[in-house]
Design a protein around this ligand. Sequence first.
Ligand code: F3S
Length: 395
Amino acid sequence: MELTKIQQKMLDGESGEAVAQSMEILVALGKIYGADGMVPVSSAQIAGVSYKTIGQAGLEYLSDLAGKKAKVRIPTFLNPAGMDRDQWQKMGVPADFAKKQIEVLDAFSSMGITMSCTCTPYYIGIRPKVGEHVAWAESSAVSFCNSVLGARTNREGGPSALAAAICGFTPNFGYHLDEKRKCGLLVDVRVPLKTNADFGALGAWAGPLAKHRNPAFIGISKNVSGQLEDRLKALGAAMAASGSVALFNIKGITPEYNVAEDAEKVVFGSEELIASKKSLNSADSPPQLIAIGCPHASLDEIKEVAEKVKGKKMAHKLWVCTARETKKKADKAGYTAIIEAAGGLVVADTCMVVCPLKEAGFGCTATNSGKAGKYLASLQNQKVVYGDVEDILCK
Ligand code: F3S
């Protein structure tokens, strides 16, 4: 692996201990994956922010790095944390957890990282251009970035994305290269997909089938109800959670459509749609919480919830998870007030998967997200009700 003179000096410690330590991570990764050198990246998105997922060991790692005066040198953004910084008490988050979470955020902040706390940075103006190299970590954001925006990122781990942010580049392998961006599975979609739950069900079905291959799709119409980007976000997130998909193509929609001649072809029809939705349902009782916004909700999605709950009183708790910047817009548009009047919360900075949900008292959660459907069951030990927004709001 070839390093430039500057990179070699950084590795040798001329820019300080934190930079040298970060370079070591990047060089080790590059050697494992056969990178020829480094590629400059224009932004980084850091996962591993919730104290629930990183624990004490993660906090100590970050505090150590912050103590070594680590600073990011490119625009760098955070994934969701384990709680809403303003409303954690309303969420039922324990005070000792909140204290640790604030320490994690303080460590990131001292490194110069923007406290965006969202998995949808593309909804708050962070939208790399086609072909631009970045180092993003959260799997649904990675999928959106590679597929919908046509930019280039590997599925970084928390430490490698942070190392890229501190050094300004990442090893040149994987999705940074043309050859890794070809699709080896072609899915012929023969059923109309209308809602996020439909797209999530397709993703939950296609993710495991893709295995190590990038999937491509035909038969998906641009003319969906609602915003197309919201639907593509739901599809990519579900494939990333149910498999390890970091890039997909859709004929006529994504900027790239590059399918290998020998790609395997499969069909997704109404039977598969029904079966996939059924497989995401594991509850035999009504939900205690309805959680919408995985990945974080767009303003349109918040508006949709507000329209549906306007003038009603929810029988169960309701959270709509979103980025703080998006919540500000929802506050201004009056959507937050409508949702709160119905007994719900518009929750910023966090989500139903990375907050301490059990400790907050929930055992059964309803969602319209294929990704949350998978992770609520496996990571949060929840019984899951899966369905369209309309259906789950009426449960
Ligand atoms: Fe985002 Fe949390 Fe879902 S980080 S993609 S809302 S699991």
